[in-house]
Write a protein that binds this ligand. Structure first.
Ligand code: PMP
Length: 441
């Protein structure tokens, strides 16, 4: 039997789906079979307006010819090449292009294959950096409550989501968490909230407790995405930068979601005017087409490793697929697409329309907060007593039936459409969401 790529398969049992209620899904599958620009098509032939850019990754929309053709050409020319003690031109070319759009002071690129790998790579680089400089006692890592840093053991240790932590043993030791920045008094703020910059000062308390000379790095999402779009209060990131610098602690921004134009500049670091020592990225790097992640570092970090005899391997870390040629081709074509179409700054142009559309949902049933920045937004719903996440999941299923793709974390709806979205499509997305919210009353 030839494979029918457009039909629901007869047997769904073998695939154990990630972050999914498998039994629920398999009883009523939501099957996507093709995509173009702003839309998915389902197996039953319906169009779904993509309100989430896949999983925050298809920033240029779907099946863009330039990216598709680059991947097709590359896979026929050089499908795979090792990056250990070998190289191919595209890996160097893409790294240069990433550095070109990165904040000033970020000069080097280490490749991996996902956001989770980027996080674990950055944490390892932080630890090895201090050791390389003779500061081997700096081993503590600091994350933040409600932070999401992927699913590796490093990432779930510095992350702050109970369900990502509690099933998996004792995790990394020597990890502390800053408080999250989600304050009730900031509810319904448009853009960055006023209150809460002082939450960064908690870092001073952790430093006082352990001693600065034991702390390697602080990792935060400049804007937390996966835990429901939690915005940094005005001045908060600057304070974190000041305190980390004062104590010789590295600052890592996890930009897996905010990288590549989500907030209206290439990276959130530029948007907030705060340059960290390292940036982790993935997702939008290849428009989601081929898995790829990267850690971007300052010259100071990179150069600290380049000291011993030349034949020595400087960092004992890397992946079989680091800098895979097909992923690099996708990355180059993606960055060209972003630049040709002005997508790295487009969220800034759409921000006020997006903000007003989103905040028009205020007053609808169960809406207890709305948050937005760049082309990202969240609508927080009042959970049902004793059944957390049920109202959110119900909204997600109804939205899919109504022809829009949203994402829910618990009872928080998050949206991050492709950066090619038009104002009319924003109105359609939010209009349909309004109907869904009314129907769940
Ligand atoms: N860090 C952040 C900030 C993320 O949002 C994500 C994914 N949503 C990750 C890391 C993990 O990325 P991946 O799923 O590619 O491993």
């Amino acid at each position: 039997m030839p494979l029918d790529r457009k039909a629901v398969p007869n047997d769904l049992r073998a695939f154990w789906m990630p972050f999914t209620s498998n039994r629920q899904f398999k009883s009523a599958p939501r099957m996507l079979v093709s995509a173009k620009d702003m839309h998915y098509t389902t197996a039953d032939g319906r169009q779904i307006l993509d309100g989430t850019a896949g999983l925050w990754c298809c920033n240029a929309g779907h099946c863009r010819p330039k990216i598709t053709e680059a991947v097709q050409a590359q896979v026929a020319e050089l499908d795979y090449a090792p990056a250990f003690q070998m190289g191919h031109p595209l890996a160097f070319e893409l790294a240069n292009r990433i550095v070109d759009i990165a904040p000033d002071g970020i000069d080097h690129v280490f490749y991996c294959n996902s956001g989770s790998e980027a996080v674990d790579t950055a944490l390892k680089i932080a630890l090895a950096y201090h050791r390389a400089r003779g500061d081997a006692a700096r081993t503590r890592l600091i994350g933040r409550e409600r932070g999401y840093h992927g699913v590796g053991f490093g990432g779930i240790s510095v992350g702050g989501i109970v369900n990502n932590r509690r099933f998996f043993g004792s995790l990394l030791t020597g990890v502390d968490h800053l408080p999250h920045t989600h304050l009730p008094e900031n509810a319904f703020t448009k853009g960055q909230p006023e209150n809460g910059a002082n939450l960064a000062d908690e870092l001073e308390r952790i430093v006082a407790l352990h001693g600065a000379d034991t702390i390697a790095a602080v990792i935060v999402e400049p804007m937390a995405g996966s835990t429901g779009v939690l915005l940094p209060p005005k001045g908060y990131l600057q304070r974190l930068r000041d305190i980390t610098k004062k104590h010789g602690i590295l600052l890592i921004f996890d930009e897996v979601i905010t990288g590549f134009g989500r907030l209206g500049s290439p990276f959130a670091a530029q948007h907030f005017g705060v340059v960290p020592d390292m940036i982790t990225c993935a997702k939008g790097l290849t428009n989601g087409v081929i898995p790829m992640g990267a850690v971007l570092t300052s010259a100071a970090i990179h150069d600290a490793f380049m000291q011993g005899p030349e034949h020595v391997i400087e960092l004992f870390h890397g992946y079989t697929y680091s800098g895979n040629p097909v992923a690099c081709a996708a990355g180059i074509a993606t960055l060209e697409t972003y630049q040709d179409e002005g997508l790295l700054t487009r969220a800034a142009q759409l921000e006020s329309h997006w903000q007003e559309a989103l905040h028009s949902l205020k007053g609808l049933p169960n809406v207890i907060d709305i948050r937005n920045m760049g082309l990202i937004g969240a609508v927080e719903l009042q959970g049902i007593d004793g059944e957390p996440g049920k109202r959110g999941f119900d909204a997600f299923v109804r939205a899919y039936e109504a022809g829009i793709l949203i994402r829910v974390t618990g009872d928080i709806i998050a949206m991050s459409p492709p950066l090619i979205i038009s104002e009319a499509q924003i109105d359609e997305l939010i209009g349909k969401l309004a109907e869904v919210l009314k129907s769940t009353a």
